[in-house]
Design a protein around this ligand. Structure first.
Ligand code: NAP
Length: 225
């Protein structure tokens, strides 16, 4: 049996997702990743010997092709990291100034996408748990899932929903051995953060590489020894 950990990461071409992909590859994992921009996917796949998949987790039609490519490329799946995310309105806006379509985009990317992808990959994850390899779904959260920050309404509401959904998934699938983690990586110096808070001083922000090491440790801690 191939013992290398098989991991899928959504949003693997930038920020935390890219740092996590690099950290996991450094630790010997086989990685498949998803992002929307073909050129970036190709570049990251080549540079890091990972399996790149072009797809949009917010699009219902993309989910099954993404899931099939993940399991075909890795021959199964031990870990799913739902990391890709949308702010909703960018620049950020008060809820009163947020269009329904912007809220829909945040929910489609941050809640429905992870829900659909997790569902589509449950068979592979459960099989991995049964084989004793373990199975983990890590949903990347935010302090905006807990604190009510003005102008972060669409993002905060979607991350709160994702966080609660992770807890319920975890309750429902504990007996099958599929573990769910919901972790806040902290404020990091990434393009998403720059879009949300353009005047932030990057020196005050966490490096995505540091958050990636913490997440990789948490994944390792949730798998059987
Ligand atoms: N940065 C922070 O300070 C911070 C704080 C707390 C939590 N987080 C969370 O950390 C995670 C990573 O954030 P980040 O700051 O690293 O973001 P980022 O630098 O903007 O990277 C986002 C990645 O996701 C991909 N992506 C975006 N929408 C997608 C979609 N619909 N389908 C597939 N891929 C998609 C992007 O590539 P394409 O655009 O090519 O698709 C890119 O690879 C998110 O869940 C975010 O909410 C970040």
């Amino acid at each position: 049996m191939d013992h290398a950990l098989r991991v899928a990461v959504t949003g693997g071409t930038s920020g935390l997702g890219l740092a996590l992909l690099r950290e996991l590859r450094r630790r010997g994992a086989r990685v498949a990743f998803v992002a929307r921009t073909p050129r970036a996917v190709e570049e990251v796949a080549r540079t890091h010997q990972a399996h790149g998949i072009v797809g949009d987790v917010a699009r219902k039609e993309d989910i099954h092709p993404i899931a099939l490519q993940i399991t075909a490329a890795l021959g199964g799946l031990d870990v799913l990291v739902n990391n890709a995310s949308s702010l909703g309105p960018a620049p950020l806006a008060l809820l009163a100034d947020t269009d329904c379509e912007q809220l829909e985009l945040a929910l489609a990317t941050n809640v429905l996408g992870p829900f659909r992808l997790t569902k589509a990959l449950l068979g592979a994850l459960s099989a991995s748990a049964r084989e004793g390899r373990g199975a983990v779904v890590l949903n990347v959260s935010s302090d905006a899932a807990i604190n009510a920050y003005a102008q972060w309404g669409a993002y905060g509401a979607s991350k709160a929903a994702l966080r609660h959904m992770s807890s319920i998934w975890g309750e429902e699938l504990a007996a099958e051995g599929v573990r769910f983690l919901s972790l806040d990586p902290g404020d990091m110096d990434t393009p998403l953060h720059a879009l949300a808070v353009p005047d932030a001083d990057p020196a005050t922000l966490k490096r995505p590489e540091a958050a990636a090491r913490e997440l990789a440790d948490a994944i390792a801690g949730a798998l059987p020894r």
